[in-house]
Every structure is written in C-alpha cells, then in structure tokens.
Write a protein that binds this ligand. Structure first.
Ligand code: PRT
Length: 117
C-alpha cells in the first residue's frame, strides 16, 4: 500500500472519530471512552501529550533522533482531534482556518487580531 497523503489521513481519521463518537462502546473503543469520561478528561490528555511533546523536542535537539518526537506529536494531534470532535468540530475547520491564513504574514495576522480587540 502506498503512503497515504496528509488529506487522506486526516479525512480517514475524522471519519473514524465521528463514527466512534456516534456508535462505539467505551469498553472496546478508546475514543468512545474519552467521550464518555467528558471534556475535562480529554483536556487532561491534550495537556499531558503537549508536555510529552515538548520534552521529546528537547530530547530530539540533544540526541538528533526525531522518532520519539514524531510519536508524541501524533499523540498530541490525535487527542486534539478528539477534543474538537467532542465540541462538534473537526479537522476541516482547522484546515480551513490555516488555508485562510495562506499568504498572510504572521506579523500582519497578529496586528489584525489586536485591532479587533
Ligand atoms: N490515532 C490513534 C491514537 N493515538 C494514540 N492513541 C491512544 O492514546 C492513548 C494515550 O496514550 P497514553 O500512554 O497516555 O495512554 P494511557 O496511559 O493508557 O491513558 P490514560 O490511562 O492516562 O488515560 C493510548 O491508549 C493510545 O493507544 C490512539 N488511539 C486511537 N487512534 C485512532 O483512533 C481510531 C479509533 O480508536 P478506538 O476508538 O480505540 O477504536 C484508531 O483506529 C486509530 O486510528
């Protein structure tokens, strides 16, 4: 099987996450078990994975091996997608927001945000 592209991976994961949220038994599905435990548990996992990712990045800088960092970042992305799903959103909303920012400098975007407040 060829390596799936970014769009295919996010689309398939989004489909599976939605199906697990709707139909799955928390005893057999980790995703369903997170939804059953509620938002605070999901946020706890996002926070944990965020910290683990930061530590893995520092290790990667020290030892030149990015493999652990990639695993931790995958955990962080996955739990962030479960968080979005729990709140009725999905990866498309984030991808659309990133697409909206194409060709917009980070400095200009930040200035526009500050002018809104
Ligand atoms: N991508 C993932 C994925 N990444 C990480 N994880 C799980 O996330 C958990 C977090 O890791 P931890 O080491 O923090 O787990 P833990 O210590 O057991 O967790 P806690 O006791 O602290 O809650 C592990 O159980 C991982 O297996 C994932 N679980 C599921 N998926 C995807 O979601 C789909 C649906 O999963 P199920 O709902 O389990 O069928 C799967 O087919 C995958 O595509």
């Amino acid at each position: 099987m060829s390596t799936p592209n970014t769009e295919q991976v996010l689309a398939e994961l989004t489909r599976v996450l939605e199906a697990r949220k709707q139909n799955a038994d928390p005893k057999s599905s980790y995703v369903a078990s997170l939804h059953a435990k509620g938002l605070n548990k999901i946020l706890e996992k996002v926070g944990e994975e965020c910290t683990e990712t930061l530590l893995a990045a520092k290790d990667a800088e020290r030892n030149g091996d990015n493999q652990h960092l990639i695993m931790e970042t995958a955990d962080l992305w996955f739990h962030s997608l479960v968080m979005l799903s729990h709140l009725g959103e999905n990866a498309d909303a984030v991808l659309n927001e990133l697409a909206r920012r194409f060709d917009l400098s980070g400095h200009a975007e930040k200035a526009a945000r500050n002018n809104q407040t």
